[in-house]
Unconditional design. Structure first.
Length: 364
């Protein structure tokens, strides 16, 4: 077992290549660390890249970070709380009868489904941190500290830049995760019947990770605009819009019938909204996690981050180890279905508007 010290301001964080204590949790954590390290080592790039080492550190806070140790050594560290707490939390939520119904009802094997969701969550976390490193985020914007934390760190003058970097890491992690999913279904199972279940699990996993990493415990679309610049990460709802558009776009590779994909999308959205209401104990749409991102203001805010990406991209090019993505844009006329108060947009055919909305994301 290897141990390294990462200095975060005045604190020295001990990171381990294996769980430092014995017991059942050690076997579980060590298996996951090995899986994640193999994932990082086996990603194919068009050029030679640094392969970060995956570690864990003891903490009750659900968090993760990427850090530069030397010119040739980078690490990704995942808190032990992610391994120990999420399993328990997800198991308890999936015991809820209505949530079970979304995961194919009484035939749901809770243990197996939780394991699949956790694998997707861990995959996304480690890929997200990996692209903070490979895309030059640490070397460009944090030369003095050389680390990126997923929550808790505040750099007041750089918050908007930080949000743009987070969307960039999200983009690459989503893309890589979907490619892995396509490979899994195509190479291992050889048929499309698994696509519905895996797409639902992968989509829900993305939603859940944004839910637990959000910087505010409750996103109220009536007031969120007052503190957008206080975030080091984009609001969870904006990250969901960003991630879901990518997931859906590349998800077309999983389905020969695009209408079938559209049906699974509806099912995924229904699941996330219902789960959201249970998580927050709320019955109003405007209080759901996705609400702000699907309003005109949320759409405009995401587009403003996209617009500034070209300036950040130019600065990152000096240190990026891989080719950086191009500038994106949203169709602001179709990319929302709530008004700024959280009410459904009043049109003659709401069903048709929702269909146009999702087809716009899917590029159908």
């Amino acid at each position: 077992m290897k141990k390294i010290i990462v200095h975060i301001k005045s604190e020295a964080v001990e990171c381990y290549s294996q769980y430092p204590f014995g017991g059942e949790l050690a076997n579980y954590v060590n298996r996951k660390l090995e899986y994640l390290q193999n994932t990082i080592n086996n990603i194919k790039y068009s050029r030679d890249c640094i392969r970060p080492n995956v570690y864990t550190y003891i903490s009750e806070e659900i968090n993760a970070f990427a850090a530069k140790i030397s010119d040739t050594t980078y690490v990704i560290a995942i808190s032990t709380a992610i391994f120990s707490n999420l399993n328990q939390e997800l198991s308890s939520y999936l015991c809820h009868s209505d949530i079970r119904a979304h995961f194919y009802g009484k035939h749901l094997n809770i243990k197996k489904h939780v394991e699949r969701i956790l694998n997707y969550i861990l995959l996304f976390i480690v890929l997200h941190e990996n692209y903070h490193i490979l895309n030059g985020h640490l070397d460009t914007y944090f030369p003095s500290e050389n680390l990126m934390f997923e929550s808790g760190a505040k750099f007041e003058s750089k918050n908007q830049i930080l949000q743009i970097l987070e969307l960039d890491a999200d983009y690459c992690a989503d893309y890589c995760a979907v490619r892995s999913l396509v490979y899994l279904l195509d190479e291992k199972y050889h048929f499309e019947d698994w696509a519905d279940r895996e797409f639902l699990l992968a989509g829900f996993s993305l939603y859940y990770i944004f839910l637990i990493f959000q910087e505010k415990n409750y996103e109220n679309i009536q007031s969120i605009g007052d503190y957008l610049n206080d975030f080091t990460h984009p609001p969870a709802s904006v990250r969901i819009v960003h991630a879901s558009s990518l997931l859906l776009r590349y998800g077309t590779n999983l389905f020969s019938n695009k209408e079938r994909l559209l049906s699974v999308v509806y099912e995924l959205v229904d699941l996330c909204i219902y789960f959201d209401r249970i998580y927050y104990d709320s019955d109003t749409v405007e209080m759901t996690l996705i609400a702000y991102g699907y309003t005109p203001k949320g759409t405009e805010y995401l587009q403003s981050l996209y617009d500034k990406w070209k300036y950040v991209r130019k600065k990152l090019e000096t240190y990026a180890q891989i080719e950086l993505r191009e500038v994106e844009s949203l169709n602001s006329n179709q990319n929302y279905f709530l008004n700024n108060q959280g009410e459904f947009v009043k049109v003659l055919n709401m069903e048709k508007r929702m269909e146009l909305f999702w087809k716009n994301l899917l590029r159908l």
